[in-house]
Write a protein that binds this ligand. Structure first.
Ligand SMILES: [Zn+2]
Length: 187
């Protein structure tokens, strides 16, 4: 039986390094279907049963080039616990633009991972601590301005990098992977 989920390509595939094109709006049927399937992958990927049954890897986000389509779209979904409530933040962004960012940087203590990267790449991936992103959001079906900080800001920049053909380990200092940046907050 064919896997009902999108196939994710790995970092040896030149598609991940190719130029990604702007998407025409309003979304045509094909693009709409693609981004909703990307959303489905991310949403379902955190359920253990799906990981075993369909070989999904738990994901916070996915970008169109990772499923073999060189278009400027990505999905980010994360759950935050606020006062014992689980808040789901979910975006399916088309033609995202980072319009401003903080000078302060941040990084994940545990390092970053990626659906398209199977090898281990240890080291600090420094990113802007806060970013403001404008895009069309295919979930709320409107133009949005997102002010992201913390883990969300990191996830957004990781996915945005995919649209620029950049992988997280490109940002790790080869000579000094755990180099300490003074202006950077650990998350
Ligand atoms: Zn990735």
């Amino acid at each position: 039986m064919k896997n009902k989920y999108l196939d994710v390509i790995l970092d040896n595939d030149p598609i991940l390094r190719a130029k990604n094109m702007e998407v025409e709006l309003p979304l045509n049927k094909e693009d709409e279907e693609l981004i909703m399937n990307m959303r489905k992958y991310v949403t379902d990927s955190i359920i253990e049963e799906n990981q075993e049954k369909y070989g999904l890897k738990p994901a916070v986000g996915i970008a169109a080039p990772q499923v073999g389509v060189n278009k400027r779209m990505f999905v980010v979904r994360l759950e935050e616990v606020v006062d014992n409530d689980i808040i789901v933040k979910e975006y399916a962004l088309v033609n995202p633009k980072i319009i401003s960012h903080s000078e302060q940087m941040s990084f994940l203590k545990s390092g970053e991972g990626c659906l398209s990267v199977e090898d281990i790449h240890e080291g600090h991936v420094y990113r802007n601590a806060r970013v403001t992103i404008q895009a069309y959001d295919a979930i709320s079906k409107q133009d949005v301005t997102i002010r992201a900080r913390g883990f969300l800001a990191i996830a957004m920049q990781h996915e945005y990098d995919h649209l620029e053909g950049i992988l997280f380990y490109d940002r790790i200092d080869k000579d000094d992977p755990f180099k300490v940046l003074e202006n950077a907050k650990e998350i």
